[in-house]
Design a protein around this ligand. Sequence first.
Ligand code: BGC
Ligand code: CA
Length: 350
Amino acid sequence: MKIRKVLAAGMICCISAQLLCACAEQQTESADKIYVGVTCYNRSDTFLEELINAFKDKMSDLEEENLDSVVTIRDAAGSQRTQNDQVRELIDAGCNVLCVNLVDRADPSEIIDLARESDVPIIFFNREPVAEDLQQWDKMYYVGADAKESGVMQGEIAADVILADSQIDRNKDGKIQYVVLEGEPGHQDAIIRTENAVETLRDKGIKLEKLNYGIANWNRAQAQNRMQQLIGQYQNEIELVLANNDDMALGAIDAYKKLNRTEAGMPVFFGIDGTDAGLKAVADSELAGTVYNDKDGQAEAMAKLAAALVTGEGMDEIQFREGKYIYVPYSKVTLENVGDYIKKEEQQSR
Ligand code: BGC
Ligand code: CA
């Protein structure tokens, strides 16, 4: 009887201790709950949509570390004004950290003012503000990748493919006639990718002749359109298409398919991103190569930084360049290793 009483008293003690613990846990949890407000320049952008999906996954992975979060996503649909309003609403709704994919990377001042007034830190991503803007306040960061690295890698992959296959120089004039499909003018990834891809090809000893270029704003349908015009103008002369991203490379391929060109009458195509469709096109040998723009790495860096900014813990574990920048490395994707990337993507989306 005595023993039973002691046991019962012990159990009651245990249960109340557990309840106390749970309460304390709940308290710290609610204090640390991460309310992330995300606004994206345009959600019809393939790469951005995949990056944002990866970000949502990384935020929910943080639950394993007892970090609860609510992620609210807004689409600015190409308007900086709309995006400024969205930031105001997200702050009013109680977001304690913002992830901003600027519409106009040269015009973040209103967003910076709004965030600073309410002391809500900003993680800019993918569309890099100019350095002077980022210096304006110490609670601003950038997560993205180094544009030059992707251009150099695209040039290196293209050089390897061209040097290994003499058929690519179809008219046998010792030069590669090429066109470039460019992203939005003014985007850090457009001009820099083009310049470095072309320079790298030249450094590798490949003689080039630029036929023309087309601006297609990262967009597959616009690229198809521009490519149709270029084919109309240059007929069979085009031997190489360098595209600033996969969607535009795929649009160029769409243009040739629409004209029922056989493989022998087609140039070689190179993209950048390694989107799901881009990786598949490499696996199907339609794209000769791409450069992986590590959306999972970027999403993870954003999630970790968002958590650290809200909880105040873990900032010292993050490695910044100049105290503000996180550049996630690119990597080369060709037919030889594309299977590894596809496998990785499948595992991650599980
Ligand atoms: C990606 C493009 C994307 C653009 C949007 C670039 O880094 O390579 O696919 O459209 O960012 O800002
Ligand atoms: Ca040629």
